[in-house]
Design a protein around this ligand. Structure first.
Ligand code: GDD
Length: 357
């Protein structure tokens, strides 16, 4: 057995026969490859159709129960595979089966560790996608490129050496297993990108939902080392709320004492920032932070604070001098913008968390 093709399915009864027919029409040596369909409790008859194939072709069916998950499905397929070269592709014919050998040969020849079927490399394309899918895909790819230097880290058509899957985080889930695979390699894998023509499905519907997109964004932030989670966000919000009151109180008090706008702005910010740092390091981000004061961490905190301060000053000046909004009202949007910058700065830069990779 040379290679295993893993196809995750969720209600693909209109596509699965077409895909398997095209795969076996390639006239590859049947002893050289197997197809593993990993189905997530489809209710449209997909498993029944696959079972017919299992009786006369080298097709295997894995039926998962419980909560559907694309990453878990693909990993289940990898665990059941009989070969060391794995190719993953969608069931809906979005990925051209005719490019299978182009994808897997570099792995079989041991010239590369991962081969990506890329829509965005020169020569690649995406056909029949509505504009919003183009936009989502471009944004997703652009965000992924900030942590991983390939043209299409969100592709669902890729090949790799089987043993690499052992390095994928057990916290990985959702749609973008390729990104997890690449991140696990920490830049050491030999990666080839092959241009492909991605054609949107003719039958059935995409399963990519808003919740998948949100999960992708969350996972991307974690992979980027951000200490982003409900705990840190909730605690940071509470600390921030306290900071808003301290900030607004000091600012208003100074304005009432006839202090200048810049003085009130800076002193209000400093009072809140000092209290916020103490509470964030001791409480909100405590698990990512040792008890003793780290000077480099403190310096990073001050850097983020200074940038936030500049941003806040800019927004405040714009609203007050250009928008003619009273300073005592303009301070609130300025504080909110600062809080957002501060959270992301704290989560990614001051108290980053690499333990989730
Ligand atoms: N087992 C299983 N479990 N399969 C799933 C699940 C799941 O939870 N969700 C989707 N699938 C299967 C579909 O049946 C299909 O074979 C494939 O995964 C892709 O799902 P689609 O819902 O059709 O994805 P898409 O067409 O919108 O494409 C996007 O995601 C793909 C998956 O990685 C694009 O970004 C593609 O580039 C990408 O390949």
């Amino acid at each position: 057995m040379q290679f295993s093709i893993i196809v995750p399915t969720l209600n693909e009864s209109q596509n699965i026969d077409l895909l398997l027919t095209r795969l076996f029409a390639l006239h590859l040596d049947p002893g050289n490859f197997e197809v593993i369909i990993v189905d997530d409790n489809s209710t449209d008859g997909t498993p029944e159709k696959v079972r017919i194939w299992t009786s006369h072709a080298n097709v295997h069916l894995i039926e998962r129960r419980g909560k559907p998950d694309l990453t878990a499905s693909i990993l289940a397929g990898v665990a059941a595979a009989h070969s060391n070269a794995i190719v993953v592709m969608d069931a809906d014919l979005s990925h051209p089966p005719e490019q299978l050998l182009t994808m897997v040969t570099p792995i079989l020849d041991n010239n590369y560790d991962v081969v990506i079927g890329s829509r965005y490399k020169a020569g690649g394309s995406t056909e029949n996608w509505p504009l919003y899918r183009h936009c989502l895909s471009r944004i997703g790819g652009w965000l992924a490129r900030s942590i991983c230097d390939v043209s299409d880290a969100t592709s669902g058509f890729f090949a790799f050496r089987r043993e690499l899957s052992a390095h994928i985080s057990d916290k990985a889930y959702g749609y973008k297993i390729l990104l997890e695979l690449l991140m696990a390699g920490q830049g050491k894998y030999r990666i080839l990108e092959v241009p492909i023509c991605f054609r949107d499905r003719m039958h059935g519907t995409s399963k990519l939902s808003i919740s998948h997109q949100w999960a992708y964004l969350q996972r991307l932030m974690i992979l980027a080392g951000g200490a982003i989670n409900v705990n840190t966000a909730g605690r940071f919000a509470l600390v921030g709320l306290l900071g808003v009151f301290i900030d607004a109180f000091v600012f208003q008090w100074l304005i009432n004492q006839a202090a200048g706008l810049a003085t009130a702005h800076i002193l209000g910010f400093l009072a809140a920032a000092t209290v916020n740092y103490a509470l964030n390091s001791k409480w909100a981000f405590r698990q990512h932070h040792t008890d003793c004061l780290k000077w480099n961490q403190f310096a990073r905190f001050l850097t983020v604070g200074a940038l936030a301060l500049l941003l806040r000053g800019g927004i405040l000046a714009l609203l007050v001098y250009v928008g003619h909004i009273p300073a005592t009202i303009a301070i609130y949007p300025a504080i909110i913008a600062t809080a957002i910058v501060n959270y992301f700065g704290a989560a990614f830069y001051v108290f980053p968390d690499k333990s989730n990779l």
